[in-house]
Every structure is written in structure tokens, then in C-alpha cells.
Design a protein around this ligand. Structure first.
Ligand SMILES: Cc1ncc(COP(=O)(O)O)c(C=O)c1O
Length: 400
């Protein structure tokens, strides 16, 4: 018997990290590589937030805090939910963790029993299925299609629900597609959930503030207030405030679930970094002006990338509503052969050939549960994006 835990054999290492490693290897070997894999903004944390962190250090706010967050941050989170989502939460319904990732993980650990099913719409963020498996649950993948803009339909949700379903994990705007559900589209899903009172919804609203054009963000408990008692609303400061390294995420929901999450955290990591918590107070309570500024830049990049990819032979790229990803289909490239003689049989082979033959690193669609596609992150400079898209166009044109 292996020395390692049997649970580990149920999960795979992150494919996005594997792509990053391969790109770094090629870079180290002197190849001109453009990475389009990053899941974080390419600019620095705003000054007012950095100043708040420096003040926290100077004022000695450097000791253990309450396990799941300081009172000031919980207050700021309650105010944020009221301001942005019209949701009323008390501080006792709020938990703060080391990134949204830890909150999601703890929530699944706190609620899943062996055999419990969790519905995950595909394409999905790579960590959801493996977190469910680590927590002893069973991921049930419900694949959305490009025809519905990568959004799950009510019928698909209905078909995925069984007596064993515990959670639906919902993510809008989505990583990896950028797709955002309108109020009407989300209402169709919440109507299904109203017919199945044993199913709870874990909503990952991490990209709430990164939205473009006339897309309006909404979240399940806001769209269907009767779901409030079985919704865990997860969010964080990583993406909107360019704070990925600070590691602060949070959730609000029923007190018993929040208490269970706290219990796990109390026996594992304890409190998230005290300094980062004070920075997050400033992020949530301070000026929000730069979000609109950043969104203008992201929208410009999105439009350029979508246009350039749609001009590439064999690629079809829907226009996303938010986040900083696009998720083009490469159905028109499958079966062709690259200049180096590689037969493009699937999206993983496409991404590997693209990297080796042109130096552009993207993440293949199979990693996100829907093929044949790849994910581009446009959280990088305009010049790099333009050059990368030009190389993709040339590569696609050279396939025979
Ligand atoms: C959809 C989604 N949820 C959650 C996270 C986790 O964010 P963090 O742990 O940095 O707060 C990410 C990060 O990439 C994400 O894309």
C-alpha cells in the first residue's frame, strides 16, 4: 500500500500550473514565449490599499486575529453585500479565509459526506472537481455548449439533479469563459432550485466587478431571495483589487455552515494574514474608482483579442461579458496538421504545438471540462496580446 493518502489518488495536479511550468522551461531554454495563462491582473495593488497595509504593520496589527476574520473586515464585507448585491448579512454570517480558494475548499470539506454529489457546470474553474473529490464528494459535470454562450440551461440543471445532489457550484462571470448570466438566465436556474429544496448553491462571485458593456452582475440569493437560507455567497479581493498575493477571500451564508467552516479553519490555518485583512478593509471601504478605469482597459483588450481570434482560420470566439478570459473553439482546426507535422487531434495537442512552434502559451480546454477549446487570459499588455494573436493567426493559417 502506498505511503500516501488514498484520497490523493482521486485528484490530479492543476493543469494550468503544468502549462505555466512548460512555458517557463521553454523560456529558460531561450525561446521567445508569450504566456497567456495568467489568472491575475497585470497591474499593481492600488496605493490606498498598500498604505493601509503599511499602517497595519506600523501599528503592530501583526498578531493572531479571530480565526475567521477581524470584526472591521466582517463589517466591511456586510456593507459590501448590502451596497453591491442588496443582501443583508450579519457579521456572524461571514467568514474570511486565505483566498476564495480556501473558503471554497473549507466549505466543501465542511459539508460533503461520501457519495454527496456536487453539480459543476462545464467549462469550470479547474479546482472545483478536484476540491469536491478531496472532500469525499462526487463531481457531476453538466456541460454547457458554445450555442448558449457556455451557460447552463434550466433543463441541463434539472437533468443533473439527483436525490444525492448537495450543491450547485455557480460561477458568473466565469473562469474560463468570461460568460456572465443575466438576471433572466439566472432566474431560470433558481426556479429549478426552488423545485429541489435539498439542493444548495455555492456561488463563486470572484469576478463580480470585472464586467463590460451593458452586462449587469447578479447573484443567486439576490435574484431569488427564497434561496437565501441555502446559498453560500463567495467572493474575494484578489481579482477586482489586484490582490492575488495578499490571499483574502470571504463568504456569507447560514450561520451553521459559516460555523463549520470556522471549525475547519481553526484546526488548520487559523486566521488569514492580519496585515492582508487590514488591506482588505481598505479595499472594500475605500474608493472603488479604479475598478471602472481598469475595466475600460480590459474591455479594450477583450475586443482586440476576440476580433483577432475570430479572424484566425478555424477559430470561433464568443464575446464574453466579464472576467479577463476568452474561450475560443478550435473545432475548425481539429484533424489538420501543423507545419512541424503534428496532427491536431484535440485541444491539448493544439496547445502544445502552438507553444512549441510559436511560443504562445495558452491553457487547453480539456483542463476546464469542455473541448475543443483553449483559454486566453488577456490580463497582459496590449503589445503582448497583439503579438500572441498574430502568431495564433499565422499558426492557424499554416495548418493543412
Ligand atoms: C473562478 C475562481 N474562483 C476562485 C478563485 C480563487 O481566488 P483567490 O483564492 O485568489 O481568492 C479563482 C482564482 O483564479 C477563480 O478563477
Amino acid at each position: 500500500m502506498s505511503f500516501l493518502s488514498a484520497t490523493l489518488s482521486r485528484v490530479k495536479p492543476s493543469p494550468t500550473i503544468a502549462v505555466t511550468n512548460k512555458a517557463q522551461e521553454l523560456k529558460a531554454a531561450g525561446k521567445d514565449v508569450i504566456g497567456l495563462g495568467a489568472g491575475e491582473p497585470d497591474f499593481d495593488t492600488p496605493e490606498n490599499i498598500k498604505e493601509a497595509a503599511k499602517r497595519a504593520i506600523d501599528e503592530g496589527k501583526t498578531k493572531y486575529t479571530a480565526v475567521d476574520g477581524i470584526a472591521e473586515l466582517k463589517q466591511a464585507i456586510c456593507a459590501k453585500f448590502k451596497r453591491d448585491n442588496n443582501l443583508d448579512y450579519k457579521p456572524s454570517q461571514v467568514t474570511v479565509g486565505t483566498g476564495g480558494k480556501q473558503v471554497l475548499y473549507n466549505a466543501l470539506m465542511a459539508t460533503l459526506n461520501p457519495g454527496d454529489e456536487v453539480i459543476i457546470p462545464a467549462p469550470y474553474w479547474v479546482s472545483y472537481p478536484d476540491m469536491v473529490l478531496l472532500a469525499g464528494g462526487e463531481p457531476v459535470i453538466a456541460a454547457a455548449s458554445i450555442q448558449t454562450g457556455y451557460k447552463l440551461t434550466a433543463d441541463q440543471l434539472e437533468a443533473a439533479i439527483t436525490p444525492k445532489t448537495k450543491w450547485l457550484i455557480f460561477n458568473s462571470p466565469s473562469n474560463p469563459t468570461g460568460a456572465g448570466y443575466s438576471h433572466a438566465e439566472l432566474k431560470e436556474l433558481t426556479d429549478v432550485l426552488m423545485r429541489h429544496p435539498h439542493v444548495w448553491v455555492m456561488t463563486d462571485d470572484m469576478y463580480e466587478h470585472l464586467r463590460y458593456g451593458d452586462f449587469e452582475f447578479c447573484t443567486p440569493a439576490e435574484v431569488e431571495p427564497r434561496l437565501y437560507d441555502r446559498t453560500l455567497t463567495i467572493n474575494g479581493v484578489s481579482k477586482a483589487y489586484a490582490m492575488t498575493g495578499w490571499r483574502i477571500g470571504y463568504a456569507a451564508g447560514p450561520e451553521n455552515v459559516i460555523g463549520a467552516i470556522r471549525k475547519i479553519q481553526s484546526q488548520s490555518t487559523s486566521n488569514p494574514c492580519s496585515i492582508s485583512q487590514w488591506a482588505a478593509v481598505e479595499a472594500l471601504n475605500g474608493t472603488q474608482d479604479f475598478i471602472a478605469e481598469n475595466n475600460k482597459m480590459f474591455q479594450r483588450r477583450r475586443d482586440m483579442v476576440v476580433d483577432m481570434l475570430n479572424a484566425a482560420e478555424g477559430i470561433s470566439c464568443p464575446v464574453p461579458d466579464g472576467a479577463f478570459y476568452v474561450y475560443p473553439s478550435i473545432a475548425g482546426c481539429i484533424g489538420k496538421t501543423s507545419p512541424a507535422g503534428v496532427k491536431i487531434e484535440n485541444d491539448e495537442i493544439f496547445a502544445t504545438a502552438l507553444l512549441e512552434e510559436t511560443g504562445v502559451a495558452v491553457v487547453f480546454g480539456a483542463a476546464f471540462g469542455l473541448s475543443p477549446n483553449f483559454r486566453v487570459s488577456y490580463a497582459t499588455s496590449d503589445e503582448a496580446l497583439k503579438e500572441a494573436c498574430t502568431r495564433i493567426q499565422t499558426f492557424c493559417a499554416s495548418l493543412t
